[in-house]
Write a protein of this length. Structure first.
Length: 348
C-alpha cells in the first residue's frame, strides 16, 4: 500500500492531470471524473435507449481490468499528452512498486497502483485511448444505424439499431482489446434484444423480455402511465440480498448495544440505500428494503428480550423514531440529463 507521502504526491499529480485530461475525455465516460457520478451514467443509458433507435444492447465488462492493464502501453499514452518527464517517472515508479504477497515483494508489468488514488485516473486514460476514441471512430466510419455508448470505469453499455452491427462490434472490440492485453469477461458480457420494440417483438415470438444490469440496477422495457415506452430501473436482486445479509451480520455484532445506537446505525443504512436507489419507478423496491430492515431489527430485539418477543406497538415506535420513510430522491433521467448537458450529448 502507498505510504502517506506517496498518497499526498499522487493526489497532487491527479489534480494536475485532471486539468489536462478533462479537456480530452469524451462525454460518454462517467467513472471517477470530477462532477460526474453513477446516476448521470444511469440517466444517459435510460435516455439513450428511450430516445434513440436502439433494438440491441451490449452489456460489457472487462475481465480483471485493473489487474491486467499493461504498463508499457499506459506510459506511451501518458507521454502522448504529458511532456514533463518528472511526472512520467513518478508514475513509472508507482507502477513498478509491485505488491506484497506472503511478505515478499512481487513486481509485475501489468496492473494499476494498488490502493493508490491515481489508479482511477490511470484506468480512465488507458480506456480513453483503447476504447473511447476507437468507439467514436467506429461509430463514424462503420456503423450505419444509431449507436449509443455509456462507460463507467471498466463497465460499459452500448445500444445498436441493427443486430448485425452489434455482432460486428463485439467481434471488433475483442480484437481491439487483445492488442492491448485486455479481455471481455465471458460471463458478464451479453448481447441482448432490448429497446423500444424488443419487448413486443419477443412477446410476439413467445419469448420472455430481457433485462439489463448496470451499476446496481436492473433495467427492463416498460410503459409509462401515459402509454409510451420507458426504461424501468429497479434495485438488482443480488445487491438487495447482499445488503440485507450484511446488515443482519452487523446486527448480530450489535446484539447488546443500546436501542438508540442500533437505531442510528440502521437509519444511516436506510438513508444511504435510499439516496442511491431512490430513482423514479423504484419505489416498491426501496419500500420493501425498509420493511425488511424493520423485520431484521424486530428479530434481533427479540433475541435479546427475556420473553423472546417485542410487541409490534413498541416496534412501530422504534421504526417511526429511527427508520426514515423511503422516498424518491432523484428526478426523471431526461430532466437531470437536460440540465447537466445543456443540449450537448453525453451519449455520443
Amino acid at each position: 500500500m502507498p505510504t502517506l507521502e506517496d498518497k499526498l504526491v499522487q493526489r497532487a499529480v491527479v489534480e494536475v492531470m485532471n486539468a489536462i485530461y478533462e479537456t480530452d475525455f469524451l462525454g460518454f465516460s462517467y467513472g471517477f471524473r470530477p462532477r460526474r457520478n453513477p446516476h448521470q451514467a444511469l440517466d444517459a443509458v435510460a435516455v439513450g435507449i428511450k430516445s434513440r433507435k436502439v433494438n440491441w444492447v451490449l452489456d460489457a465488462d472487462i475481465r480483471d481490468f485493473f489487474g491486467t492493464l499493461v504498463h508499457e502501453w499506459l506510459v506511451k499514452f501518458i507521454e502522448h499528452r504529458v511532456k514533463d518527464k518528472r511526472v512520467v517517472r513518478l508514475i513509472q515508479k508507482w507502477l513498478a512498486a509491485g505488491v506484497l504477497e506472503d511478505g515478499k515483494r512481487v513486481r509485475s508489468e501489468v496492473g494499476t497502483v494498488q490502493g493508490g488514488s491515481i489508479s482511477p485516473l490511470l484506468a480512465n486514460i488507458y480506456l480513453h485511448y483503447v476504447l473511447d476514441l476507437w468507439v467514436r471512430r467506429w461509430r463514424q466510419t462503420v456503423a450505419r444505424g444509431d449507436v449509443v455508448i455509456v462507460r463507467y470505469a471498466d463497465d460499459f453499455v452500448l445500444g445498436f439499431e441493427h443486430r448485425q452491427e452489434a455482432e460486428r462490434f463485439l467481434a471488433d472490440v475483442r480484437g481491439r482489446f487483445a492488442r492491448f492485453g485486455l479481455e471481455l469477461h465471458p460471463e458478464k458480457t451479453r448481447l441482448i434484444e432490448f429497446g423500444r420494440f424488443a419487448a413486443t417483438d419477443r412477446r410476439d415470438r413467445g419469448e420472455g423480455s430481457r433485462k439489463l444490469n448496470f451499476l446496481g440496477f436492473t433495467h427492463s422495457c416498460a410503459k409509462a402511465r401515459a402509454g409510451w415506452f420507458t426504461v424501468l430501473r429497479q434495485t438488482m436482486r443480488q445487491r438487495w440480498q447482499a445488503k440485507l445479509q450484511a446488515v443482519r451480520t452487523e446486527l448480530k455484532k450489535r446484539l447488546h448495544d443500546p436501542v438508540p445506537k442500533v437505531g442510528a446505525y440502521l437509519r444511516s443504512v436506510i438513508v444511504g440505500h435510499t439516496r442511491y436507489y431512490g430513482v423514479p419507478g423504484n419505489g416498491p423496491a426501496i419500500s420493501a428494503f425498509h420493511k425488511a430492515i424493520a423485520r431484521l431489527w424486530h428479530w434481533i430485539l427479540g433475541r435479546r428480550s427475556q420473553t423472546g418477543n417485542v410487541p409490534w406497538d413498541r416496534m412501530r415506535t422504534y421504526v417511526r423514531r429511527w427508520l426514515p420513510s423511503p422516498r424518491i430522491c432523484h428526478p426523471y433521467p431526461s430532466q437531470r440529463l437536460a440540465v447537466m448537458t445543456q443540449g450537448r450529448s453525453r451519449m455520443r
